[in-house]
Design a binder for this molecule. Structure first.
Ligand SMILES: Nc1nc2c(c(=O)[nH]1)N[C@H]1C(S)=C(S)[C@@H](COP(=O)(O)O)O[C@H]1N2
Ligand SMILES: [Mo]
Length: 335
């Protein structure tokens, strides 16, 4: 992991320093007051400070996440879900089915080096390496995340609009949909090599959006959460976030993005077409065949009695921004 400065190609000392040593330096800097609330801003003038602190001992803990520099979000009225909950209560079947599995089983996941390919109906295909992912102007976005399982969180992501990447490639006029694909690496992702461990879905995990949904300003590619690079369990190094749709649309650890003319297959639709549609817009009036979607359990801190049951909102509360994408569509049929 590394600290990314916004200037392209510029290496900070963190990138050329052994991770465990760097981690301890950061700890020290924090105590010394060099690391502010918003995280350590990547700033070349701080490089000199690192070098004083070269000989502290490594410690064993969860992998440190690199601090990012970004434009902060304006706050929203919903209280944030705690960072520890966001990082420990996950759906990422490649690393197991229980909510606590991804954090445990993805500990040693290697997100660097990475290769993300943008292909299909574009003027110029693009390939991004790990460091390129952090070279877009990063913004914080505080979004509600509503899982189809009827729980929800409020999460401060750091990322950039998907449209910024698509625009770089130049979209062909025949493109109507965008297909996404997660890394396929059964050696690193135990769920991909065991039906029991991985829930029996077909891998790699795939997802898709209509082009206008993909270009919508609320649709982002996230590279961070809570001010730092994504941890593996949340989809490192880059994942989709589409806040008005059920969480399963927000595909993690993406290696492929393809523009195409036909509607892409999606993992959950393939697994159970009567339960999970292509659109998957959050809708309290369209129940899952096996449970109601009228309400949700809002997770804030976690712990006994801290969750609350609240009404689910159409389009997860983003109707003012996105309802126009679906005007004239029967949302029961296109669920
Ligand atoms: N590749 C992949 N992406 C995935 C999933 C998954 O199992 N595999 N789970 C989805 C589901 S069901 C949800 S609710 C969100 C959860 O994101 P979070 O763990 O970061 O909160 O990730 C989505 N993206
Ligand atoms: Mo989900």
């Amino acid at each position: 992991m590394l600290i990314r400065s916004k200037q392209a190609g510029e290496l900070t000392e963190a990138q050329v320093t052994d991770e465990s040593v760097y981690r301890n330096r950061r700890q020290l800097l924090k105590q010394m007051g060099f690391v502010g609330l918003g995280g350590l801003l990547a700033n070349p003038s701080q490089a000199g400070v690192w070098s004083w602190l070269g000989d502290d001992k490594p410690e064993a803990s969860l992998p440190e996440r690199a601090a990012l520099s970004y434009q902060p979000a304006s706050p929203i009225s919903d209280p944030l879900t705690s960072e520890s909950k966001v990082l420990s209560y996950n759906n990422f079947y490649e690393f197991g089915l229980d909510k606590a599995d991804p954090q445990q089983n993805a500990r040693n996941f290697r997100a660097d080096p990475w290769r993300l390919q943008l292909s299909g109906l574009v003027e110029k295909p693009i390939e991004l390496g790990f460091e390129d992912l952090f070279n877009f102007p990063l913004e914080e976005r505080i979004y509600r995340l509503r899982c189809v399982e009827a729980w929800s969180m409020v999460i401060p992501w750091v990322g950039f609009p998907l449209s910024a990447l698509l625009a770089k490639a130049g979209i062909n006029s025949s493109a109507k949909y965008v297909a996404f694909e997660t890394l396929y690496d059964p050696k690193q992702m135990p769920g991909q090599s065991s039906r029991m461990f991985g829930g029996g879905i077909r891998y790699p995990y795939v997802e898709g959006l209509r082009l206008d949904e993909a270009m919508h300003p609320l649709t982002i590619l996230a590279v961070g959460v809570y001010g730092k690079a994504l941890p593996p369990q949340n989809g490192a190094p880059i994942r989709l976030v589409v806040p008005w749709k059920y969480g399963f649309k927000s595909i993690k650890s993406i290696v492929g993005i393809r523009l195409q003319s036909s509607q892409p297959e999606t993992t959950w639709n393939r697994a159970a077409a009567d339960e999970y549609g292509f659109y998957a817009n959050v809708n309290p009036q369209v129940d899952h065949p096996r449970w109601s979607q009228a309400q949700e359990r809002r997770i804030t801190k976690g712990g006994l009695g801290s969750d609350s049951r609240i009404a689910t909102q159409l389009f997860n509360g983003y109707g003012a921004e996105v309802a126009g994408l679906y005007s004239g569509m029967d949302l029961r049929r296109y669920f």
